[in-house]
Design a protein around this ligand. Structure first.
Ligand code: SIN
Ligand code: FE2
Length: 218
């Protein structure tokens, strides 16, 4: 049919899988089939461990609101960045990592060429319009031998992916609801970030973008 050809033409304009660098892959729409499970688990987690704006060691309040699930959670305060089994805001352990989160992270890692990924930390980032995450490396994990799996939900964002040095050229990728980026191997410590979020209204998440970042921290 004419209409179907038109639509498939549109959706196939962007490849389902795109290499960003050696060891780094964008898997478009990879999380879509799990979206309902992910979103219902997410609400349960953030009821127990509410989103909060952490303070950097330099004293700045981060514009991205954060929570965590899993055995370890990433935290920041005046004394530094680290992983902690306890949510400093509640004094309790972080909520368990839901099975749907774990399965998705493992499937995405395997698809990207990283078999047997066993994340023990899931950082949950919440962006509103204008919120950004400056270029940084993920280097608070004990070993760089494990990949990062990053799941995008809600409003679209522009992901910057550079190199080992902050000054290396940066490529930009549009990340949509359901996209997953995996980076490891030689690109595991590459600089990356999110440019200020554009305003919008997502059918499931309204004016928010949520990012789940799975790591092996310990
Ligand atoms: C991160 O670098 O931790 C998050 C990246 C993103 O929000 O896509
Ligand atoms: Fe990061």
């Amino acid at each position: 049919m004419m209409m179907q050809d038109l639509f498939s033409g549109l959706t196939s304009a962007l490849p389902e899988q795109e290499n960003l660098a050696e060891g780094a892959v964008l898997l478009r729409g990879f999380a879509l089939s799990a979206e309902q499970d992910l979103l219902s688990s997410l609400s349960a987690i953030t009821e127990q461990a509410p989103f909060r704006h952490m303070v950097t060691p330099g004293g700045f309040t981060m514009s991205v609101a954060m929570s965590n699930c899993g055995p370890f959670g990433w935290v920041s305060d005046r004394s530094g960045y680290r992983y902690s089994p306890v949510d400093p805001q509640t004094g309790r352990n972080w909520p368990q990592m839901p099975e749907s989160f774990l399965q998705l992270a493992q499937k995405a890692a395997a698809k990207a060429g990283y078999a047997d990924f066993m994340p023990d930390a899931c950082l949950i980032n919440r962006y509103e319009p204008k919120t950004k995450l400056s270029l940084h490396q993920d280097k608070d994990e004990k070993s760089p031998d494990h990949p990062i799996v990053s799941v995008s939900l809600g409003l679209p964002a522009t992901f910057q992916f550079g190199g080992l040095k902050r000054t290396d050229p940066v490529l930009k990728y549009a990340l949509q609801h359901g996209d997953v980026v995996v980076w490891g191997g030689v690109s595991r410590l590459y600089y990356h970030g999110i440019t200020p979020l554009k305003d919008g209204d997502h059918p499931l998440l309204g004016r928010y973008r949520i990012n789940l970042t799975f790591r092996k921290a310990a």
